[in-house]
Ligand binder design. Sequence first.
Ligand code: URP
Ligand code: ZN
Ligand code: ZN
Ligand code: ZN
Length: 482
Amino acid sequence: MTLLIKGGTVVNADFTLRADVLIDGDKITAVGPDLDAPTGAEVLDAGGALVMPGGIDPHTHMELPFMGTVASEDFFSGTTAGAVGGTTMIIDFVIPSPRQDVMEAYHTWRGWAQKAATDYSFHVAITWWDESVKAAMGTLTRDHGVNSFKHFMAYKGAIMCDDEVLVNSFTRARDLGAICTVHAENGELVAHLQKELLAKGITGPEGHPQSRPTAVEGEAADRAIRIAQVLNVPLYIVHNSCIESLQAITRARNDGQRVFGEVLAGHLLVDDSVYRHPDWDVAAHHVMSPPFRPKANQEALWRGLQAGMLQTTATDHCCFCTPQKRMGHNNFTQIPNGTGGVEDRMHVLWHHGVNTGRLTPSEFVAITSANAAKIFNIYPRKGVVAVGADADVVIWDPARQRTISKNTHHQNIDYNIFEGMTVTGVNTTTISQGRVVYHDGDIRTVRGAGRYVNRPTFPSYFDAVKRVAEVNAPSAVDRMGV
Ligand code: URP
Ligand code: ZN
Ligand code: ZN
Ligand code: ZN
C-alpha cells in the first residue's frame, strides 16, 4: 500500500520544510517538494497543515494491576485513544511483584499488549534483587529488545527499591548498556507522613499531596543522581513534578552528568488546588504520584523544557475510574494512584507550549517524540519524518479547535484532568505503520496491529560515559620501585 501526503509542511525536531511525504508499506520512502503519486497510491491532501512524527509517550501503564485493582484502560483502548490524539507509540512498563520471576512478568505483559493498535515497547521494573533478576536483565537486553530498567523509590511495602537494589541494578544495567530510570520519591518519608496524617484524622484526598511534599521528590532525585554519578551510569528521571527535582537535574547536567528528565502534561498544567475540591470524587480523580503541585512549579517545569534540562513529555497514563478511586473513601492511602492523558498530551502541549511561544513547532516535536526516540535508542526509526523511518506520521491543523471532555474523549476513564480545556491546534490524521488509523473523527485502529518495538542497547551516550570511566579509571600506586 502506497500513500502520498501532499501539500503539507514537514516539521521535524531539526528542520521544517514544505514537502510531500511518500509512504510505501510501513516506511517513509521519500520526502520532498512536488512528489508524483505512483500509480495506485492513495493521496492525502494535507491542505497546508503540518506533517510531524507521531507522538511517542514514553510513560504509560495500560491494564496495570496496582493497589488492589487493575487500570481500566487496556492496550487496545489506550493505543486507540493515543492515536486519536496523535500518539503512535507508547513505552509501557513491566512491573514484576517483589519475588516474582522477572521473565514471567515480562511475558505476561507481552501477552496483554498483543491487543495494542499501534507500536509499543516496555521498560522493565526492577522491584527486588537476586541472581535470577541479574540474569533476567541480561536475557531481556540480549534477546528481548529491552534497553531500560525502571526503579520505584516510592511505594514502600510494595514495589519500592532500597539503595541496595538501586546500586545492584544500576551497575548491572550500565554493564549491559541499558538506561536506568527512576520514580523519584522517598518512600520511607511518604509512609511516615501518611501515618502521621491519618493519625491526625486527615483521611481525604487532601492528605495525598501533604504526604508527598516536593522535598520528598527532591531528596530521591538527588539520591538517584548521586548514585548514578558514583556508578557512572546514565539516568532518566520520570515524571518530574517540582522545582526541587528540576534543580537536581539542572545541577547534575551542569556538572556534566548524563541525566535526562521527563515531565508529564498534567504536571505542566494542573495545580494542587484540585485536592481541596469540595467534591471528594473530583479530588480523588487527581490522586497520582507525584501529586499535582503548587502553581510556581508549573512555570519552572516549562522553563526546564525550554532550557533543555527536561527532554521528554509523557502522561503516566494509568486510568482508575471513580468506583476504583472510591476504594480509598475513608483512607487516602488506598486511593489507586493514577490518571489519564494519552489522548490529550499532544494537544495540550501544542496549545500551552507552541501557542504561547514557550516552544517552537520543532521543539514540540523534540519533546513529544524525537528526544524520547533518541534517549531510548530507536531514532531515526521513530521520531522523525525522513526516508527510512517508520511511517508513523500525524497531520496537524494548527488552526483547528477542540474542547477536551470526558464526554467526547476515547480514553476508558470517566473523567478527564483537562476537562473543559479548549485547545487550538488539533491532530486531524494519524498514520501508523503506513496505515491511516484516524482521520477527522473516523477511528480505524485495528486490535492487535501494533508491533513490539525492540530497542537496542548502548545508545550513543554510553560511549561518552565509557570514555569518562576510562579517563577516571581507579588506579593503584606502584611502590615496588621505591
Ligand atoms: O500515580 C501514578 N503515577 N501511578 C502509576 C505508577 C507510577 O508511579 O508511575
Ligand atoms: Zn523469553
Ligand atoms: Zn511513578
Ligand atoms: Zn508511572
